[in-house]
Design a protein around this ligand. Structure first.
Ligand SMILES: *Cc1c(COP(=O)(O)O)cnc(C)c1O
Length: 470
């Protein structure tokens, strides 16, 4: 029965066994009732690698990575030359994932010394690495400068001065890109909308009261005049989980207008990063348009804007993270306990089934952080039992420990069943923790029908590993 507690976007399923292809990775299917990844059943995977389990469809990851490279290069080649696609590694990074990225011809964005270390360990060409961050340490900057990485994305005037000083001390040159805030408010959750003014990232493009030049403008002139800095370009990032090209187009216009101004002052800008993360489908309510549409719209827009402003089209770069790793991954959980509570709504009481699984906010904090919605399916079998309004929760000592806030699951979903939550490839493992001292799941990569562990499951011994003098 349809629950009055359900949000408007959630439809009562005709078939609880259905797997929505816009949410699941391309390799996911059902065989003999069971959810499979490239033909491998989830119960076999759990038997072999334990539960909960992150499963990455490596072919799907690679396919999406290539899609960005191809779509953007096809759209931009006639006007601006090629496009460099940087994988935003914070979405999911292990040494092997970095190798997939490298093999598919993408560049690599990092945002800390740790991410940089993994990228380098994977053998990524330093020239193809970017380093982000609003508060990079001296040690992080020193590594970036000595390794000669392609772009240090500088986020403030104080950092810019520090980069010049460090490069001088190291007797080296620093490749610098300046991250500007074009003031675009991308339509997404506030915590991940990063280009409006009142937040910590970037160099503001608007002037402070009583001041003529914006911080962005001052930074460009400082970088152009600095002895040890090569100003390689400008960067904008308007947020994450963005579904249309409108925000990117507005940002591009502001950036190109700025480029036209400084170009006229004799400071050419060779590269422009139109950053921001593309939206993916977590639930039936999300409808991502795909890389081709965004690339085509943006290329047309940039072509007409460069003509209007009389500037040459800079080399464009983009930075997808979630939209490559997210749909390629899913989490398999085992059901522990279930219970039904009665929830008051408009003077009546309606049931909500709580289905508790063996993970939770430690393997996916996004529902707690952003009220993120997900969906789930019964995965080890199909059931013709009535779909009941359910909430999948974890095993942590927090009532906010929600895995899937609202979903219809078959009424007979019980202890020992497997439940799959799709679209967890990005920001699951990456944001995971040991809260309640849960041991983190393994990541299994499935490629061409073969499963292998790329990150092993944590053990209790691992929990003791950093204890001193045991
Ligand atoms: C996080 C981030 C991205 C990628 O965002 P996704 O939503 O994962 O695609 C790109 N660029 C920068 C600078 C980021 O911080």
């Amino acid at each position: 029965m349809e629950s009055p507690l359900a949000p408007a976007w959630l439809s009562h399923p005709q078939d609880t066994a259905a797997l929505d292809p816009k949410i699941f990775s391309t390799g996911v299917d059902r065989k003999a009732g069971e959810v499979t990844v490239q033909g491998l059943g989830v119960s076999k995977l759990v038997e072999q690698f334990g539960s909960p389990l992150w499963v990455m469809d490596e072919n799907d990851f690679r396919f999406r990575a290539r899609q960005y490279v191809e779509a953007f290069n096809t759209a931009f080649a006639p006007l601006c030359g090629g496009v460099d696609v940087f994988y935003a590694s914070k979405a999911l990074l292990t040494v092997q994932v970095a190798q997939w990225v490298k093999e598919e011809g993408l560049f690599m964005d990092t945002a800390s010394g740790g991410e940089l270390a993994v990228a380098l360990r994977a053998g990524t060409d330093p020239a193809k690495i970017g380093l982000h961050g609003n508060n990079k340490s001296d040690a992080e900057l020193q590594t970036a400068i000595t390794k000669g990485i392609g772009r240090i994305v500088v986020d403030s005037l104080s950092e810019l001065r520090r980069v010049e000083l460090l490069a001088e001390q190291l007797q080296a040159r620093a490749n610098v890109m300046l991250r500007l805030t074009p003031g675009v408010d991308a339509s997404t959750h506030e915590h991940i909308a990063t280009a409006h003014e009142d937040q910590k990232f970037g160099l503001s493009m608007s002037s402070a009261p009583g001041q003529e030049a914006s911080v962005a403008y001052q930074a460009v002139h400082f970088a152009a005049a600095a002895q040890h800095i090569d100003l390689v370009g400008l960067h904008s990032h308007i947020g994450s989980q963005i579904f249309d090209s409108q925000g990117f187009e507005t940002a591009a216009t502001r950036m190109l207008e700025f480029i036209a101004t400084i170009d006229a002052e004799g400071i050419p800008v060779a590269e422009l990063d139109i950053g921001g993360g593309y939206g993916i489908a977590y639930t039936e309510a999300d409808d991502p348009v795909g890389p081709e549409v965004i690339a085509t719209n943006l290329a047309q827009h940039i072509a007409s804007e460069t003509t209007r402003l009389g500037v040459e089209c800079p080399r464009i770069s983009i930075e997808p993270g979630r939209s490559i790793a997210g749909p390629a991954g899913m989490t398999v959980y085992t059901v522990g306990t279930t219970k039904t509570v009665w929830v008051e709504h408009n003077g009546q009481h309606y049931p909500r089934r709580y289905v508790a699984v063996d993970g939770g906010m430690s393997d996916n904090p996004r529902p707690v952080l952003y009220d993120a919605d997900y969906t789930a399916v019964l995965a080890n079998r199909v059931s013709d039992a009535e779909p009941v309004f359910s909430r999948v929760v974890g095993k942590h000592c927090e009532s906010g420990d929600i895995v899937v806030n609202t979903v219809y699951l078959p009424e007979d979903t019980e202890h020992g069943d497997l439940v799959v939550v799709p679209a967890t490839g990005a920001y699951g493992h990456a944001m995971s923790s040991n809260y309640n001292l849960l041991t983190r799941p393994a990541i299994v990569a499935v490629k061409d029908g073969v499963a292998r562990e790329i990150i092993r499951r944590e053990t209790y011994e691992d929990l003791f590993a950093r204890e001193v003098d045991l």
